[in-house]
Design a protein around this ligand. Structure first.
Ligand SMILES: [Zn+2]
Length: 207
């Protein structure tokens, strides 16, 4: 059973077309024509229903080859998905990973032990409910934290890498490129150019 099946497709589709904020963080929409994934509240004109797929986590969307949208910024989506009510241990694991459990040398075995189960069982639960392994979820979280720091701070790259939980700048660069298909410096440069070309308060409509 794939994680996508746990999501109710018609419910997700209604929510993203309505840009219903109650669903923000509960699922992500992958647009097949652009290979970009979005939050339900994305300001970009919604894609046709036949061109979208839904994912329970950002990590699952990335695993399927989708890039995060630069407009709605999935890295800033709130909290843990509500659908995890049925799998409280996955919910707890996601919270621990979000807090950096797997960033300081601890392994998936340690995480499983903390949750009182075997690593094998934990991986199986993640496959079913999160659509990605605990390790993939942890990598996504690190890249998300780094992206938020790139957008919100003027910290040097090395400081961002370590603050986001990467063990080295090389790993930070590799993981970031794998997700955004561009180096972290390009995000910051793009932001600066955009700001210069587009003064504050002026609405912009570039997708
Ligand atoms: Zn978007």
């Amino acid at each position: 059973m794939s994680a996508a099946l746990i999501l109710d497709r018609s419910r997700c589709d209604r929510a993203r077309i309505a840009r219903d904020p109650r669903f923000d963080g509960q699922f992500f929409t992958g647009v097949l024509t652009t290979r970009i994934y979005c939050r339900p509240i994305c300001p970009v004109k919604p894609a046709k229903s036949r061109n979208v797929v839904f994912f329970p986590t950002a990590a699952a969307a990335e695993r399927a080859g989708f890039r995060p949208c630069l407009r709605c910024r999935p890295e800033t989506a709130p909290g843990t998905p509500a659908w995890l009510g049925a799998a409280a241990s996955v919910s707890r694991a996601l919270r621990l990973i979000g807090q950096g459990f797997l960033d300081d040398g601890k392994t998936v075995d340690d995480l499983a032990e903390t949750l009182g189960m075997t690593a094998r069982h934990l991986r199986r639960l993640f496959g079913r409910h999160a659509g990605a392994s605990p390790t993939a979820v942890a990598t996504t979280r690190r890249v998300q934290r780094a992206k938020a720091l790139l957008d919100q701070t003027a910290l040097p790259m090395s400081a961002i890498a370590f603050a986001a939980g990467f063990a080295s700048i090389r790993r930070f660069n590799a993981a970031f490129r794998a997700v955004y298909r561009r180096p972290p410096s390009a995000i910051r440069r793009g932001k600066r150019q955009h700001r210069e070309a587009c003064p504050a308060r002026q609405a912009h409509h570039r997708a």
